[in-house]
Structure formats: structure tokens, C-alpha cells
Design a binder for this molecule. Structure first.
Ligand code: C2G
Length: 446
């Protein structure tokens, strides 16, 4: 008798799960299915699991393929189960190719093709529909987005569009999704459009996606013009759609904790916020070639302005810029100075200058320091006059951190608006306004 084992969360049970179990059963005579607990899913970074463990087990049971169902509670359990249940074949979907090769010493490991295009849930009427994501753009960030999206329950990355169809095709093949040459077809197959194309194309794509009745998650900066951002948010509201700017820091749990602690009075009144983010880039990259919209500030400014706006608000009194530019006029290192009624702030961004990349929040009784990469906030310290008096805080930051914004966007689509304080429309408008002023000055100087 050939004994097979497979594992999964099986949340919002759908045909992808069904087909996986069906094929797993066909691999042998006896199938054991491990269903994950909520605690284990949290520990491995899976967000937004909707169904309870009992419901998920019930759904697996209803398929009739499982001869036995067990609960998966911790990392390392797979190895123990294989011995305990005398397993011949371990199987899981192709999204996990390579991950479980270490089990090959103990049994056969089979990766079954993942089912493309899941769109509905099965076995019971669900209030929560799986949202299909269509991606515009095929660059670095789009490649990072897909594995993160698979860790958020309730979304399925379905397709990709790029005006250059060859790029879209290659990207789609790599990730096992569909590519469309016709943008109308792309919109038909998407509920949420994730825009990861160059900055300057954002406005048109956002508008078009909203016109097609789609929710939009757009990479930062949303636009480089305040009026455009205002217009797009108003349009999304009119159409009852969610428009969401993806500044991942705003949504990660560590950053929320940092803001909470900074505002708690632990360092007295906040008087200065200094944020720095530098990333050395090849000189042939778009950010360093695009004379109109490239440069360090449009690329990284959103991150540095975020803690400033969150701690001091949108009503600054004065704004100044200083930049070191290359011969194209593109800024390689930019400092932004902001004055508020009760405080001062600086944002420093570099693509051609490397610096320490710190976030420093200074108050009347102490300061908070977050070392690089503070934009993936996972650890920070609170210091006081006495150098020995240090409080340390840490928080989980998983993977690339995009899963947090995807998860918050999804809850907003599902009617939970409690998350929208993390990055408000006003924040997005203010950031666009500051970038607009910067670009105006740069053009004037040319
Ligand atoms: N699956 C699939 N097609 C889909 C979606 C999922 O074939 N469109 C497969 C997955 O590859 C997995 C199983 O269905 O084998 C369960 O998927 P999930 O519930 O998403 O669970 P997962 O996070 O993949 O857990 O310890 C848990 C296991 O490692 C797998």
C-alpha cells in the first residue's frame, strides 16, 4: 500500500485545493492531509486566514479524498510525520518547488502543478470572494510581489499586462499566470490591479483601471502631481472603489508599533524627525536615466517622508531642497528640509551616495533610533539622557513585507476601513505635492 501525505491551510476552499487533493490521492492508496493551525500559519507568515481550523478540516473532509486528516502545528512536523505515518510520497503544489527537497532522504517528493486561474470558492457559499489580481509591469518589484501575494489568503494573482507583450509572456511563464496582449481582456480577468510600472505611467493606468471598475494598488509614488492624486482619489470614491498607495513601511507591524511608542510621550514632545534612505544603483537603471522623473528623491522620498508626515502631520510651514546632481541633471543625493510649528524634519535620499540610512526621532526627554533598514521596521531603541537607560523593541517583519499592504488593502475591499489611517489620502496627496515642487524646481534650474 502506497501512503501519501500532503499539507495546506485550505482556506476559502477552492478548485485549486480540490484538484491538488484529487491528484495527491491518485499518487497512492492512502492519503493523509495535514491542515495547518492558525498559530502555525501566523508563524510562517501567512496572513488573513479567514476560515477556522474546524471549517478548513470539514472542507477537506467533504472532498472525500482524505483517508485521514491530521493537524500541522509547527515547523519540522513534516519530517516527524513522515516517519510516524510510514509515508512513501510527500506531495504539495508546484508553488513550493525545491522547498521540501530535504525530505527526499526519507520518502519520494512530488510537486504537483498548481491550478491556474482559481476564481471562486467551493463547497459552501462564501461571503468573502477570492480577489483576482492583475499586474501591470514586470520589473523587480512585480517579481517580489507575487510570492508575497501567495501568503495572503483571499487573493490570487491571475494575470499580467505589459505593452511589451514579450516581457509579459516571459513574466507569466515564470510565475505560472496568464499574459494578455489586449488590455481590455486583462481588465476583465482582474478584480484588483497592481500597478508596478514606471512612475510616469501611474496616473493613466490608475484612471483606466478605475474606469473599468477595478480596485487599484499602486506602487509609490502614486503620482508626482498633487492635483492628479486628489482627482484619482475622488474618482475612486465616486466609483466606490479602493485606491491604495503601496508604501510598504506604512503597513508593517513594526512601523505601527514605532509610531505608537513615539507618540506615547516616552521621549517627551517630538521636536525633530530625520530619515535617511540610500541605495546604490547601476548607472544604466531607469532611476538614473529618466531625466524627467528619475533620481533619488522620486525613487526613495516616499519612504523618508512617511515618518515625518505621520509624526508631524501634513501642514508644514516651510520646505527646502538641496541636491547633488549628475551631468544629466538627475539628483543622486537629495536633502529635504521641513519646518513645522514645533519641530524640524529632514529627509535624505541617495542613489549615488551611500549613507547610514537611519531614522532618528528626537524629543524633549529622549530619542528613538531605528537603524537601516528602518523602512522594514523590525527593531528600534529608545534612549534617554543617561546613556545606560535604553529600552529595546522588536517586531516581526516577514519576507519582503509586501504581504502587509496586500492584506490591509484586502480588508478595505471587504469593508473594513479601520486600516486607512496608516496612510491617508491626505498623506498621499502631501507626498505627491512635495515631489511636484521638487520636480518644478529641478526643471526651472535646467
Ligand atoms: N494549491 C494548488 N493550486 C492553487 C492553490 C493551491 O495546487 N491554485 C495547492 C498548494 O500548492 C498546496 C495546497 O493546494 O499544496 C494547499 O494550499 P494552501 O492552502 O495555500 O496551503 P500552503 O500554504 O500551500 O501550505 O505546511 C503547509 C504546506 O507547506 C502547504
Amino acid at each position: 500500500m502506497v501512503r501519501v501525505i500532503t499539507y495546506g491551510t485550505f482556506d476559502l476552499f477552492h478548485e485549486g485545493h480540490y484538484k491538488l487533493l484529487q491528484r495527491a490521492k491518485q499518487l497512492g492508496d492512502y492519503l493523509i492531509v495535514g491542515v495547518t493551525t492558525e498559530e502555525y500559519d501566523q508563524a510562517r507568515g501567512k496572513l488573513n486566514v479567514v476560515d477556522s481550523l474546524i471549517t478548513r478540516i470539514e472542507n477537506v473532509k467533504k472532498t472525500g479524498f482524505a483517508d485521514e486528516i491530521i493537524v500541522e502545528e509547527s515547523q519540522g512536523q513534516k519530517f516527524r510525520d513522515i516517519k510516524k505515518y510510514n509515508i512513501d510520497i510527500f506531495t504539495v503544489g508546484s508553488d513550493w518547488v525545491g522547498t521540501f527537497d530535504y525530505l527526499k532522504d526519507y520518502c519520494k517528493v512530488v510537486y504537483l502543478d498548481r491550478t491556474k486561474n482559481i476564481s471562486s470558492t467551493m463547497l459552501r457559499v462564501q461571503e468573502t470572494q477570492i480577489q483576482r489580481i492583475g499586474i501591470i509591469g514586470t520589473g523587480r518589484i512585480a517579481n517580489r510581489f507575487i510570492p508575497e501575494a501567495t501568503l495572503v489568503s483571499g487573493v490570487n494573482t491571475r494575470c499580467v499586462y505589459n505593452p511589451n507583450y514579450k516581457s509579459a509572456r516571459a513574466f507569466a511563464d515564470k510565475w505560472g499566470i496568464d499574459a494578455y496582449e489586449d488590455i481590455e481582456e486583462f481588465y476583465r480577468m482582474s478584480d484588483i490591479v497592481y500597478i508596478a510600472s514606471p512612475h510616469v505611467t501611474h496616473y493613466e493606468y490608475i484612471k483606466q483601471a478605475l474606469e473599468h471598475g477595478k480596485h487599484v494598488l499602486c506602487e509609490k509614488p502614486l503620482c508626482l502631481d498633487r492635483k492628479q492624486v486628489k482627482e484619482l482619489f475622488a474618482y475612486a470614491k465616486e466609483k466606490n472603489l479602493i485606491l491604495f498607495e503601496g508604501i510598504k513601511t506604512a503597513y508593517c507591524p513594526g512601523f505601527a508599533k514605532l509610531l505608537g511608542i513615539a507618540c506615547s510621550g516616552v521621549i517627551g514632545n517630538i521636536r525633530a524627525v530625520d530619515a535617511c534612505f540610500t541605495k546604490l544603483e547601476d548607472s544604466n537603471k531607469r532611476e538614473l536615466i529618466d531625466r524627467e522623473y528619475g533620481g533619488s528623491f522620486t525613487e526613495l522620498g516616499s519612504y523618508c517622508l512617511l515618518p515625518i508626515l505621520k509624526l508631524f502631520g501634513q501642514d508644514y510651514e516651510d520646505l527646502r531642497f538641496e541636491a547633488i546632481e549628475d551631468k544629466n541633471g538627475i539628483d543622486l543625493y537629495t536633502r529635504v528640509y521641513m519646518r513645522y510649528p514645533n519641530g524640524l524634519a529632514t529627509a535624505a535620499c541617495g542613489l549615488g551616495v551611500k549613507s547610514e540610512g537611519k531614522l532618528l526621532i528626537s524629543g524633549t526627554t529622549g530619542y528613538i533610533v531605528v537603524e537601516a533598514p528602518w523602512w522594514k521596521t523590525s527593531y528600534f531603541e529608545v534612549h534617554h539622557e543617561n546613556p545606560g537607560d535604553v529600552e529595546r523593541f522588536s517586531e516581526r517583519f516577514l519576507g519582503d513585507g509586501l504581504r502587509y499592504e496586500i492584506c490591509d488593502m484586502l480588508s478595505m475591499i471587504n469593508g473594513d476601513t479601520r486600516k486607512d489611517f496608516k496612510l491617508t489620502r491626505g498623506d498621499s496627496e502631501t507626498i505627491a505635492g512635495i515631489m511636484e515642487k521638487f520636480l518644478e524646481l529641478r526643471r526651472a534650474q535646467k
